[in-house]
Design a protein around this ligand. Sequence first.
Ligand SMILES: NC(=O)c1ccc[n+]([C@@H]2O[C@H](COP(=O)([O-])OP(=O)(O)OC[C@H]3O[C@@H](n4cnc5c(N)ncnc54)[C@H](OP(=O)(O)O)[C@@H]3O)[C@@H](O)[C@H]2O)c1
Length: 260
Amino acid sequence: MQQDFQGRRALITGGSAGLGLAAARMMASRGARVAIAARSADKLEAAAASLRRDTGAEILPVVCDVAQAQDLTRLVTTVDQAWGGVDILLNNAGGSSRQPALDITDEVWQRDLDLKLFSAIRLVRLVAPGMKVRRWGRILNVLNTLAKTPPGGSAPTSVTRAAGMAYTKVLSHELAPFNVLVNALCIGRIESEQWPRFHQADAPELSYDEYLAREGQKIPMGRLGKAEEFASLVCLLASDGGGYITGTAINIDGGASPAD
Ligand SMILES: NC(=O)c1ccc[n+]([C@@H]2O[C@H](COP(=O)([O-])OP(=O)(O)OC[C@H]3O[C@@H](n4cnc5c(N)ncnc54)[C@H](OP(=O)(O)O)[C@@H]3O)[C@@H](O)[C@H]2O)c1
């Protein structure tokens, strides 16, 4: 078993399902202690139990709505009290939100910004000072390839994600002297718990497998990505092996995005 995360403390938002859970599993299996945060206590406890069973690692589930500033403070306080700090932060919680731009109300803009941008900004303010002192840290922001190529109808998500990309770059410059590395992962289409919902909304007349096959044909590689492929990239960027990579926004999209 690889032990490259021995002694590391990871905090993963949206860690109870989909991509976040896959990243938690891979990091825990390589020796990290992993705190996972999400809103549903039942799902979170079930995820923590399965991670402990499969990896034997220390797992800390914390109920938290990342769109609420006070929840984030409580989340980091809980992890600090248990483990004394966070070495790896994966800002992953989020979801899709798309409408014609002129229809988007202030409330919808604000909700998307709170969920996917301010959550990261606030968590970074809470955990990065400790990383700077220890001269080691990894901050990974999960975005969408729409951040680089926003088509009509893709707001507010694409706009929020583009801001997340700019934030990643700014932060990478400011934290590089402290060996705190900051990168973004721009996701295309990766199978997760979101996809059964997309299936029901888009094409309930197809079977789930037929739907995934149809969506896969829109991608140069001919298939959706796997959560484990996302987790592998997270682990590379979060490890000592990724020690000279910072300030990037890496596509993980099977070649679908026209922009690098
Ligand atoms: N999968 C894709 O194809 C794809 C494409 C582009 C971007 N992404 C991005 O990748 C990230 C992970 O997506 P996924 O596909 O893994 O989604 P998923 O399977 O639906 O899982 C989402 C996770 O986030 C948690 N979550 C959602 N809202 C939250 C909130 N307000 N506070 C705390 N936790 C919250 C969920 O738990 P609770 O519901 O219990 O809170 C769950 O653990 C998201 O940011 C998504 O936008 C994914």
